[in-house]
Design a protein around this ligand. Structure first.
Ligand SMILES: Cc1cc2nc3c(=O)[nH]c(=O)nc-3n(C[C@H](O)[C@H](O)[C@H](O)COP(=O)(O)OP(=O)(O)OC[C@H]3O[C@@H](n4cnc5c(N)ncnc54)[C@H](O)[C@@H]3O)c2cc1C
Length: 419
């Protein structure tokens, strides 16, 4: 039965969800507070599809790492201290989740979600109209220190145990894989199944698909409240009027808690601000995307451009750029890639985006007990692009009341109710 589906949020999760719901034969209205050319968290992101990232952000050692980084103004991780109960609540839940048990429980789920999402993306890339520069040539975790290489090699072993191929490489083996770029490293770990793409082209392709398949966009519409009756949502309220449908999808990224709270849904979330710099004329262009492991910087060839992305600043819903942390990204780039100079980065505009981060590092995908016809699809943190296709597919299955492949309580939007 065809339903009228109202999706709130025009980022990568909302757009992908719209595509899969249209494919399933539903009528879709996508409501976005920005204009048609609005920025969203995927637009300037690193464009990586990463089954390699099966360890959630909340992992043992992360709390100590975060505390060590606090004093360094150029560090890739920072929490801006402030008196805010939501931050305190998020922090407590993060500490609670950062255990070996959580990582072990999350690993198989993250693997399955990532691989299913990657397969959907590869299928999409074969379709007419979906050209977004997908390159299926893996990812290198580049390490400058022996200790980081050892740690990454251990992660590679855990990946292999989960069925995700990964291989530790020497300096020469790494250079042979990507000879176009000089690297000052101790070695690397190679994840052959990872991919990269041009996120702006993917967003554009999805927008076109939605338009061509009869989806309706409501731009410049800020949903501020719900109209509820007998435990069901009857309307999404905006200044320009109410939007009525059968099913509502909340895909508002880091802004989602504002609407969740109105339903007494406890959806702990912090915005994790990140930056990227895109070099139109890099002195060298790697063909494989990489992560500068110790610096936590992602490096992605996007067509002829080269993008460096990094930092995770928990500083509220503020997209202002902190120049010291951008300098930290540039310093790291030059340390790993000696052919790059400061001048290669001069005059570049820094892009910033807010990752929607749940405290346990896992997304919220599913129905909630707080409203019968509401589905939550957010909290993907560093993996929103990687997990967008599978999220869209799960949501469209839920709209049809179909069984989906991932009914895990680890994804439940209600998992913090009562905490
Ligand atoms: C530097 C950086 C690099 C990254 N690299 C990668 C990567 O390589 N691979 C990867 O998988 N992920 C990556 N990510 C993460 C990824 O970009 C995010 O997880 C993803 O974009 C989040 O998408 P979203 O749709 O949930 O949120 P958003 O993009 O924030 O979209 C939410 C939308 O909802 C709208 N909205 C919110 N509330 C309302 C409302 N009440 N009414 C109307 N509209 C509303 C907002 O305006 C916004 O457009 C990166 C992120 C950053 C910052």
């Amino acid at each position: 039965m065809s339903k009228q589906v109202i999706i709130i949020g025009g980022g990568i999760i909302g757009l992908t969800t719209a595509c899969y719901c249209l494919r399933a034969g539903h009528q879709v209205t996508l409501v976005e507070r920005g204009s048609p050319d609005h920025d969203c968290c995927a637009r300037g992101n690193a464009g990586m599809i990463v089954p390699s990232h099966f360890v959630p952000l909340a992992a043992p050692g992360m709390v100590a790492y975060g505390l060590r980084m606090m004093a360094n103004p150029r560090s890739p991780f920072h929490i801006k201290p402030r008196l805010d109960w939501r931050l305190a609540d998020w922090g407590m839940n993060f500490v609670r989740a950062a255990t070996a048990g959580h990582v072990e429980a999350a690993g198989p789920l993250m693997r399955d979600l990532s691989l299913a999402s990657r397969a959907l993306l590869i299928d999409l890339n074969r379709e007419k109209g979906f050209s977004f520069g997908l390159r299926q040539n893996g990812l290198l975790m580049l390490c400058r220190t022996e200790s980081a290489l050892l740690e990454e090699s251990e992660t590679a072993e855990r990946a292999n145990a989960l069925g995700i191929p990964a291989e530790a490489l020497s300096i020469d083996e790494t250079a042979a894989l990507d000879p176009a770029v000089n690297m000052d490293i101790a070695g690397s770990v190679y994840f052959p199944q990872d991919c990269h793409l041009d996120p702006a082209r993917l967003l554009a392709a999805m927008t076109d698909f939605i338009r061509e398949h009869g989806g309706n966009f409501l731009w410049n519409r800020d949903v501020t409240a719900w109209r509820l009756r007998n435990g069901r949502i009857n309307g999404a309220v905006s200044k320009a009027g109410e939007i009525e449908g059968d099913e509502y999808i909340l895909a508002g990224g880091a802004y989602s808690p504002q609407l969740a709270t109105q339903l007494d849904l406890h959806l702990p979330m912090q915005a994790g601000k990140g930056y990227s710099l895109t070099l139109p004329k890099p002195p060298q262009l790697p063909k494989i995307c990489s992560i500068l492991t110790e610096a936590r910087v992602a490096v992605t060839p996007i067509g002829k451009d080269l993008r460096f992305g990094g930092t995770m600043e928990i500083a509220g819903l503020d997209k202002a750029v902190n120049p010291a942390r951008v300098d930290g990204i540039i310093d790291s780039a030059r340390r790993y890639f000696p052919a790059f100079q400061d001048t290669d980065f001069s005059g570049l505009k820094t892009w910033s985006g807010l990752r929607p981060c749940s405290p346990d590092g896992l997304p919220y995908i599913g129905r909630t007990h707080q409203a019968k016809n509401l589905i939550i699809a957010t909290g993907h943190a560093m993996l929103g692009l990687s997990l967008a296709p599978i999220t869209g597919k799960i949501v469209s299955d839920l709209v049809e009341n179909k069984e989906h492949r991932f009914p895990s309580p680890l994804l439940s939007p209600d998992r913090y109710q009562g905490f």
